[in-house]
Design a protein around this ligand. Structure first.
Ligand SMILES: NC(=O)N[C@@H](CC(=O)O)C(=O)O
Ligand SMILES: [Zn+2]
Ligand SMILES: [Zn+2]
Length: 346
């Protein structure tokens, strides 16, 4: 069995870097292994305009000053008052690589998101015209829909109608968690893609709920039953160009997770590449790791693949910190509950 694997340097097509002390603490965890990342705009207040994105990009670059080459790919947070011309200008200048749609109330910091989809039609028309992808958190928020069904209902009642109304729009189904999501993405043609997180390849809902509530496994969309996890593993490891890595690494302070109403999000930036190599190896699909982490994403976004590489070495189990320290307190690193044998060679 081979014990060294060299792939094109990976990119993360869905990442939360936050701001301030958290940004300073978590950015190196991603910049160490990844060349680029799509930076989620759900700050408080959100990154809505091109000017907001330019300022946030500068804050990220200055937090990364000594580490050099990591490139943040900026996004705009779609609101019902987003100006299509501002979006077009931010895209034309090269600043912005996607727009993010949060149904209002669906997830962390989504209060400024969309309630009435009619109100964003003009923006979506403009994005289809200029070829700017729409990244979607695909869950309905209707209180009478069970939380485990929210992704499937969204696909049927919101996503499919949006795609029919805007057939030229490029869409990314973010962090799919169901076989329904994987099937819909696979059949959607080359204007539809889907990101899959690291943690949804590893956990199912038992990890959250059996033997006591485990807040560090709680994220949105919530992990589903095992059959769905298996469908995600099959999709991610298939090499199919519809699927690419978006870690959705979403740090929250431990104090905000370990509480009566804990925040959603798993922090996986630190050990993602070791976890993915383990998952792909178990499937006998290590040859497809590069497609998932380094080729399919740039191909979908119309960006060049990275020329630099990343090497992983197989050996005794990898050590990584249980927590990352920030100036405001610790953040727990995702625990995959299995030994990881693939170490990234620095
Ligand atoms: N995934 C999560 O559980 N949380 C994300 C938001 C998101 O991506 O939905 C966050 O910003 O914390
Ligand atoms: Zn989301
Ligand atoms: Zn996210």
């Amino acid at each position: 069995m081979t014990d060294t694997l060299t792939i094109r340097r990976p990119d993360d097509w869905h990442l939360h870097l936050r701001d301030g002390a958290m940004l300073r603490a978590v950015l190196p965890e991603t910049a160490r292994h990844f060349a680029r990342a799509i930076i989620m705009p759900n700050l408080v207040p959100p990154v809505v305009t091109g000017a907001d994105a330019a300022a946030y990009r500068e804050r990220i670059l200055s937090a990364n000053a000594e580490r050099g080459t990591f490139e943040p790919l900026m996004t705009l947070y779609l609101t019902e008052t987003t100006d299509p011309e501002d979006v077009a200008a931010a895209h034309a200048s090269g600043l912005v690589k996607a727009v993010k749609l949060y149904p209002a109330g669906a997830t962390t910091n989504s209060a400024s998101g969309v309630r009435d989809f009619e109100k964003v039609r003009a923006v979506l028309d403009k994005m289809a015209e200029i070829g700017l992808p729409l990244c979607i958190h695909g869950e309905v928020v209707t209180p009478d829909v069970d939380i485990f069904d929210r992704e499937k209902v969204f696909i049927d009642t919101v996503l499919d109608p949006i795609r029919r109304a805007h057939p030229d729009l490029k869409v990314v189904m973010e962090h799919i968690t169901t076989s329904d999501g994987a099937d819909y993405a696979r059949e959607g043609g080359d204007r539809l893609g889907a990101t899959i997180t690291t943690h949804h390849l590893v956990i199912n809902r038992n990890h959250i709920l059996v033997g006591g509530i485990k807040p560090h496994y709680y994220c949105l969309p919530v992990a589903k039953r095992e059959t769905h996890r298996l469908a995600l593993v099959a999709a991610a490891t298939s090499g199919n160009p519809s699927y690419f890595l978006g870690t959705d690494s979403a740090p929250h302070m431990d104090s905000a997770k370990e509480t009566a109403c804990g925040c959603a999000g798993c922090f996986t930036a630190t050990n993602t590449m070791s976890i993915l190599a383990e998952v792909f190896e178990k499937e006998g699909k290590l040859d497809n790791l590069e497609a998932f982490t380094s080729r399919n994403g740039p191909n979908f976004y119309g960006l060049p693949v990275n020329e630099t590489t990343l090497t992983l070495h197989r050996g005794s189990p990898v050590e990584y910190p249980a927590k990352i320290d920030t100036e405001d307190g610790p953040v727990t690193v995702f625990d995959p509950q299995m030994p990881l044998h693939w170490r990234v060679v620095d």
